[in-house]
Design a protein around this ligand. Structure first.
Ligand code: HEM
Length: 431
């Protein structure tokens, strides 16, 4: 008889999917409280320039090297890949998010799309995606099903999870060894710095497994989500050329055509900021956040919620609330333009898309900065338009999304072309 799924080592106030708990044994699923704290300290805020002003010390340089250099370099690689092979833009977005994460987390620089670590961890990630989408498995709602043996008909979710667990164990073990080796070679990374810290405290042996899990959870939490925002951005720009033209106009006025935008320029490009916010809002990257559970009996709007009730926040619906966002179906960045401080805070989709409360996404600032870098680079150097069919007629993509934990647009065609010869040279100079 097969062993039942072990009880989670989680605090009682958080309940993720049963499948997610099972996966955790193999290196993913929700983070434990101690892991969260370590990660929260390691992933430091990066998005706001003011945060760094006057802090050009050694610590600053190290954080910058770990958190800012990989997405900046990968944003440049993304532009080069779009120039070389625009039709496969979705693949390049994937490489952008995966490679930025691999370097930030493990200190490994990806040099081509066939990178063995990228493939290894992506394979594990894909298996998780199909096995742990909240709500996708009946087991989340009928927990007794977790005791069914994997071979029984109908226990497909369990077979998938066990498969994912094996793939994850291999990926997290090898990536851990990679971060260790890179740290010895002087290449800093988040996991490398955590290994160093635990080693200094003499607790590495007991923490090793936790650190491996931390790495794989973070990688899987950060890649598809980041890619999804960029994918939705391209779809929105194909459908709304007037928005893209306005963003390009702002870019040209503020930055000019002779340099690429950097994070230092972010505050001076307010319209592009509105476009990014509207992209988050329009297609929420994680529609149903990770399931939580109430830690006390509670009451909300007259409903009694007993302690331990599973709660799945519907982030998508919050971002379509017509009382906050008028005509929510429309893609309209102007809704975020020239707001009062109160409106700015109340309507910012970043207060929703990254979750809420204690479990809020610890990578949110890193993600927001990475996505901005990629978007601003595209606006500066490419035209994004509708593709044409064999008869020269424009193809208008439909807004269709595939099911899964993150919202990925269904494949669509578009025409991505450099804006000018100057843009081509600019991209060439970054390599
Ligand atoms: C635009 C991209 C991203 C979006 C939309 C996003 C969204 C989310 C959401 C909704 C959650 C669940 C929060 C909750 O339970 O309330 C989450 C959790 C998490 N995110 Fe992100 N995320 C993104 C990128 C990233 C990145 C780049 C990283 C790592 C650098 C990351 C690391 C994590 C981790 C580790 C968790 C689990 C935290 C826990 O279990 O307590 N995320 N994210």
């Amino acid at each position: 008889m097969e062993e039942p799924i072990r009880r989670p080592h989680l605090l009682a106030d958080v309940q993720h999917s049963v499948a997610g708990r099972e996966l955790r044994e193999g290196g993913t699923g929700p983070l434990g409280e101690a892991q969260r704290e370590v990660l929260g300290q390691a992933i430091l805020s990066l998005s706001h320039r003011a945060h760094w002003v006057g802090r050009r010390d050694r610590d600053y340089e190290l954080r910058r090297e770990i958190q800012e250099t990989p997405p900046t370099r990968e944003a440049h690689t993304l532009l080069a890949n779009l120039l070389r092979d625009p039709e496969n833009f979705a693949r390049h977005l994937h490489r952008f998010s995966g490679a930025s994460m691999l370097e930030t987390l493990y200190g490994h620089s990806v040099t081509d799309d066939d990178d063995e670590y990228l493939k290894l961890i992506d394979k594990a990630n894909d298996t998780i995606a199909s096995s742990s989408a909240p709500g996708a498995a009946l087991v989340d709602f009928l927990p007794f099903l977790q005791y069914t043996p994997a071979w029984l008909p109908g226990a497909g979710w369990k077979r998938k999870v066990l498969e994912a667990r094996d793939a994850l164990t291999e990926a997290s073990t090898r990536c851990y060894a990679l971060a260790e080796a890179q740290a010895h070679a002087g290449k800093p990374s988040i996991i490398g710095s955590i290994i160093g810290e635990c080693s200094d405290k003499g607790i590495l042996a007991s923490e090793e497994h936790e650190i491996m899990q931390l790495g794989s959870v973070t990688y899987s939490a950060g890649t598809d989500t980041t890619k999804s925002v960029l994918h939705s951005f391209i779809l929105a720009m194909v459908l709304h050329p007037e928005v893209y033209a306005k963003a390009q106009q702002e870019m040209d006025t503020v930055i000019g055509r002779e340099r690429l935008p950097t994070l230092e320029h972010r505050d001076s490009l307010p319209y592009i900021e509105c476009v990014l916010k509207e992209t988050y809002r329009w297609i929420c990257p994680v529609c149903l956040s990770i399931p939580h559970a109430s830690c006390e009996d509670d009451e909300y709007n007259g409903y009694f919620i007993p302690k331990g009730t599973a709660i799945i926040p519907n982030l998508w619906l919050m971002l379509r609330d017509p009382e906050v966002y008028s005509e929510p179906e429309l893609f309209r960045p102007e809704r975020f333009w020239a707001l009062s401080a109160e409106e700015f805070e109340r309507t910012d989709p970043r207060n929703i898309v990254f979750g809420h409360g204690r479990r809020i996404c610890p990578g949110r600032r890193f993600a927001d900065a990475s996505v901005w870098l990629a978007i601003a680079g595209m606006v500066a150097t490419f035209d994004i338009q509708k593709a044409r069919d064999a008869l020269g007629k424009e193809i208008t993509p439909r807004v269709l999304y595939e099911s899964g934990f993150t919202s990925a647009p269904a494949p669509f065609k578009c025409a991505i072309q450099p804006r000018s010869k100057q843009a081509v040279e600019l991209i060439g100079r970054t390599l």
